[in-house]
Design a protein around this ligand. Structure first.
Ligand code: HEC
Length: 95
């Protein structure tokens, strides 16, 4: 039930295509803390990552590449580590 509400919130924020991918990720039996992180990442990704260029989708790079890219973008943008951690996990899993 809780997952349903989270997915609903993401639907409103990010659109249905993204939600389809995210709900597939959430259905894989992640821990509640990990789910919370992914939902937070899905919410923050368009907020932060479209400020200087188009927000690149998770599918565009491998998880290892996302580790390097998000470290670089964190340095460029000076965004909070907690927010970047959520976005990084979301980009690595939502593909
Ligand atoms: C403060 C501005 C800024 C913000 C915010 C920002 N970026 Fe960037 N990003 C850049 C710049 C400038 C470049 C190109 C130059 C470079 O790589 O240093 C870039 C390049 C990239 C590239 C490489 C593009 C390619 O096609 O090769 C990716 C991927 C990327 N950013 C992802 C992200 C993600 C994910 C976020 C959000 C967490 C983000 N960026 C937030 C400025 C920003």
């Amino acid at each position: 039930m809780r997952v349903y509400y989270m997915v609903l919130a993401v639907t409103i924020l990010c659109g249905t295509a993204l939600t389809a991918r995210l709900s597939a990720v959430l259905a894989e039996g992640e821990t509640p803390a990990k789910r919370q992180l992914l939902v937070e990442g899905a919410r923050l990704w368009p907020v932060y990552c479209a400020q200087c260029h188009n927000a690149r989708p998770g599918s565009q790079f491998s998880p290892a590449q996302w580790d390097a890219i998000t470290m670089h973008m964190k340095t460029l943008s000076n965004m909070p580590a907690k927010d970047m951690a959520a976005i990084r996990e979301f980009l690595k899993e939502a593909r």
